[in-house]
Design a protein around this ligand. Structure first.
Ligand SMILES: Cc1cc2nc3c(=O)[nH]c(=O)nc-3n(C[C@H](O)[C@H](O)[C@H](O)COP(=O)(O)OP(=O)(O)OC[C@H]3O[C@@H](n4cnc5c(N)ncnc54)[C@H](O)[C@@H]3O)c2cc1C
Length: 461
């Protein structure tokens, strides 16, 4: 099959842009290290234009070959991995800026443009592209849209989808379609744009994205708030917005994570004070005067709350963010591996969710820790494991099962920012009502009657 398929595809995009994919190729993996989803793609195709993507999709659809869209491969859920074979369509050559209109706060770019480039272009024009998922040097804007990626600033600015005005997308059986546009208001049809955002390559291949931008904030100020314990930490996270404050970031580290990371505390000559069992990373951004007022109000409020031990202003914000972004690596290094699930609790049940997660892990005899975007209840719930100890891995899997059940019971979500991909397939059915799940599946059938668009991914059940 392989050579014939590759010869046909070569006629569409040029032989130099069609490659074999040996099992160990990076195109057969993504960034999800732990469960290591292995692909078995028959070819990777690197189209240079939307028309070439259209031709490849049309060829695959006609020949019953699975299509797996791929961005930067930084996903952690196996979404970009061809688990059922087929053709990987990598967007990496499609990185043109088709339109950049600083005065209108917008740009239209091809899907393969790295996220960091989108942010840089905006910055160089005095603007800001607000979404800030990690891995932005490698991830692509198309991948961000396909996973509806978020980051610390999603609290104030929303996730990627909030900034997408339009999409150019190739749908089965090989149609180039435009949805949305620059009209600032548009209620004319069903919101197909939103349907495609976060669809993880299961409804179509995104080839270009119209993005809205914002004027860059004049300044930003971050601090670390150190508290005695989880309950007080979660109370403080609720108290800030309740007082009318609108932080740009409100992240947290629980006591275990703080203890693990205390050695590299990012503020000079300081360590968390004795008794610190929870930390918040708090940032305000905007006009200088407003930020200064917000900081003052927040500090006054925090000063009155029980359990607040200290507020450390970040004299070097870059060091703070490096410290925060290093959590993954430092936590992994504790026991050689970690199993981390991206879940969401309603903010008012965050303390309960974190406490019950810790109980679940300790019942299985595993050390756990958690950190994340507390302002949105988005938690990276983590257990530390020895990667060689099979029994620990089995117990960690059981922790995951109980965690997902807990999340649903408390009214949260089984996926906050890393998508569903292959690894979380089937989990949505526990969260949604039966008829909603059927609608989910009906939409998939409508877009993809042959089931060839990224098969096995984002399955509701
Ligand atoms: C260190 C690290 C930090 C991370 N931090 C964050 C974070 O803060 N927030 C967050 O949300 N995620 C985060 N992630 C996860 C990941 O970076 C995001 O999901 C990102 O949006 C994936 O983009 P990508 O271009 O790498 O897509 P890929 O990994 O290549 O693909 C992801 C999914 O999107 C689909 N897809 C990709 N491109 C297209 C396209 N053009 N058309 C249709 N479907 C497409 C794929 O089929 C797949 O299902 C992190 C990952 C790492 C490794």
């Amino acid at each position: 099959v392989g050579p014939v398929l590759r010869a046909d595809l070569s006629r569409l995009v040029g032989g130099e842009h069609v490659h074999e994919v040996p099992p160990e190729s990076p195109y057969n993996r993504d960034a999800g290290k732990r469960a290591g989803v292995q692909g078995r793609a028959e070819a990777v195709v690197l189209p240079g234009s939307a028309e070439e993507v259209r031709a490849v999709v049309a060829w695959c659809y006609e020949h019953d070959v699975a299509i797996v869209p791929r961005g930067g491969g930084t996903g952690m859920m196996g979404g970009a991995v061809a688990v059922h074979g087929g053709v990987v369509i990598s967007l990496e050559r499609m990185r043109r800026v088709r339109e950049l209109e600083p005065a209108l706060w917008r740009m239209l770019v091809e899907a393969g443009l790295p996220t960091s480039e989108v942010k840089r272009l905006a910055r160089e024009n005095g603007l800001m592209f607000a979404p800030d998922p990690g891995a932005s040097e490698q991830s692509q804007i198309g991948g961000n849209v396909a996973t509806n990626a978020g980051g610390p600033h999603a609290l104030k600015y929303g996730v990627t989808g909030a900034w997408v005005a339009s999409l150019e997308v190739v749908l089965a059986p090989g149609e180039l379609v435009h949805v949305g546009g620059w009209a600032a208001k548009d209620v004319a049809g069903y919101d197909l744009r939103s349907l495609l955002i976060g669809s993880e390559g299961t409804l179509g291949v995104i080839t270009a994205v119209g993005l809205r931008l914002l004027p860059a904030p004049e300044t930003a100020h971050a601090s670390i708030v150190l508290l005695s314990d989880r309950e007080r930490g979660c109370e403080a996270m609720r108290a800030l917005p309740a007082a009318g404050l609108r932080p740009s970031v409100l992240d947290f580290l629980d006591g275990e994570t703080l203890a693990i990371m205390a050695g590299s505390y990012p503020l000079p000559q300081q360590q968390p004070p004795p008794g610190a069992g929870f930390a918040l990373i708090l940032e305000f951004d905007g006009e200088r005067e407003t930020v200064s007022t917000e900081r003052r109000t927040a500090n006054e409020l925090l000063g009155q709350l029980d359990g607040v031990l200290r507020v450390d202003d970040a004299t070097d914000p870059d060091a703070l963010w490096r410290w925060r972004d290093g959590a993954n690596g430092v936590v992994t290094a504790q026991r050689g591996a970690k199993i981390s699930e991206d879940v969401v609790f309603p903010v008012e049940r965050l303390a309960e969710g974190l406490a019950r997660f810790e109980e679940i892990a300790s019942r299985q005899g595993l050390q756990s820790c958690a950190w994340g975007h507390g302002g949105e209840g988005n938690v990276h719930a983590t257990v530390l494991v020895d990667p060689q100890a099979q029994d620990e891995l089995a117990r960690a899997a059981q922790v995951g099962e109980e965690l997902f059940a807990l999340v649903v019971k408390l009214g949260g979500s089984v996926a906050g920012e890393h998508g569903v991909g292959y690894l979380k397939r089937g989990r949505l059915a526990a969260q949604w009502d039966g008829p909603a799940v059927e609608l989910h599946e009906g939409i998939k059938r409508l877009f993809d009657p042959k089931g060839l668009m990224n098969p096995g991914k984002k399955l509701a059940r």
